[in-house]
Ligand binder design. Structure first.
Ligand SMILES: C[S@@+](CC[C@H](N)C(=O)[O-])C[C@H]1O[C@@H](n2cnc3c(N)ncnc32)[C@H](O)[C@@H]1O
Length: 369
């Protein structure tokens, strides 16, 4: 489909056709397998019900260690995630939401005062802009200006995913992170699916094959994506099910870091000092790495470079691995575990562990994600 037509149809879909979360025809909304931490639940409960009623996300895009951060939400919709983050970054942080659908942006703006009063802030730490995520420069967003970019079920809707990631990379500071949930396909999608208006609008038709995310992220300059969570999407709609046939879809959350290449750290031992709100005792960084407070963990060079050069650096003690554990070539002789990269594989593993927890269920207006 030509880009202009996609934009127009998606704007109609989210601006006019859908009125509330429950109007979605496919069940692409992720139920978190793990309990949502208390500080996030509390932030969710503060969001105005008119905003929550138009939540169309597919995951939980609230990362850790947020105090004072500057955050940009791509495709913010009615602003549910923005308002949660506005509470979590505190009055000295800032959140910007960008969306191309005017009706959604207007609704988000309407409730700024309500939330600022609720959080007790003297002046707003949030703004909303009507614009395209592929053209953040036109929306006035400058290079190296944000700590975090988040996005919830939006990148799949873009006709130019490379441009979205390129723009996110451009506006992030060094050490910054893109933390986002989206829908991924198990394979390249045939035209019949890609050109179907409802399947595109429902976040399925434009889904990337998951392997392409790794390719595009590398092309743009990000460190390789880190898988945080994944959940199978079940289509609660016979007609759409017949259309998609054998193609499988998951909702997955990834974190992508902007770390200059010269920052490579080599194999390293790290110790989490603790203290991140909501993760005082243990920080689950992604599906492969979890850090208990005070425990020594060996990490590979990519993970070491991320921890050393991002907002996490002050939360860790970081040492090069002891000389006696290095091979003559300088590699760590302790075996590091192999990382899971494929969200479909993760879903299979979760299913084997607990069949009830691996598939998505739709979140209501005050729902789970
Ligand atoms: C599935 S909804 C998700 C909205 C929001 N993130 C949430 O969780 O409720 C997708 C949103 O992305 C916006 N969108 C889609 N393509 C966009 C683009 N190219 N630039 C900006 N916004 C876009 C739509 O207008 C819509 O509000």
């Amino acid at each position: 489909m030509a880009a202009e037509r996609i934009y127009r149809e998606v704007q109609d879909y989210y601006g006019k056709e859908l009125k509330k979360t429950e109007d979605l025809k496919a069940n692409a909304c992720l139920t978190s397998a793990k309990p949502v931490p208390k500080h996030i639940r509390e932030a969710m409960q503060c969001v105005h019900e008119e905003v929550s009623a138009k939540y169309y996300g597919c995951g939980l895009v609230i990362p850790d260690c947020l105090e004072d951060c500057w955050i940009l939400d791509l495709g913010c919709g009615s602003g549910r995630d923005c308002y949660m983050l506005s509470k979590l970054v505190g009055e000295n942080g800032h959140v910007t939401g960008v969306d191309m659908t005017e009706a959604q942006v207007e609704l988000a703006k309407k409730h700024i005062d309500y939330h600022m009063n609720k959080f007790g802030y003297q002046k707003p730490n949030i703004n909303f802009i009507c614009g395209y995520m592929e053209k953040l420069g036109e929306a006035g967003l400058r290079d190296d200006s944000y700590d975090l970019v988040i996005s919830n079920c939006v990148v799949n809707l873009s006709p130019d995913k490379c441009a979205v990631l390129r723009e996110a990379y451009r506006i992030l500071k060094n050490g910054g992170e893109m933390y986002f949930s989206d829908v991924y396909a198990s394979q390249d999608l045939p035209e019949t699916i890609r050109k179907h208006r409802v399947l595109w609008g429902e976040c399925l038709g434009g889904a990337l094959c998951w392997k392409d995310l790794y390719r595009i992220a590398e092309q743009v300059g990000f460190y390789p994506p880190r898988l945080v969570a994944a959940s199978q999407i079940t289509l609660a709609n016979k007609e759409l099910e017949n259309l998609v046939g054998d193609c499988k879809f998951v909702s997955a959350t990834f974190r992508l870091f902007k770390i200059p290449r010269e920052c490579s750290a080599g194999c390293t031992e790290v110790i989490y000092k603790g203290g991140i709100p909501g993760h005082e005792r243990e920080l689950e960084f992604d599906i492969n790495y979890s850090f208990k407070q005070g425990e020594v963990v060996d990490v590979d060079d990519e993970t070491a470079a991320i921890l050393q050069n991002s907002r996490f650096s002050r939360m860790f003690l970081i040492h090069p691995i002891s000389q006696k554990l290095l091979t003559p070539e300088g590699y760590c002789s302790r075996k590091l575990k192999e990382k899971i990269k494929d969200p479909f594989k993760l879903v299979e593993q979760l299913k084997a562990k607990d069949p009830a927890q691996s598939s998505s269920g739709c979140c209501g207006s005050k729902g789970c994600c």
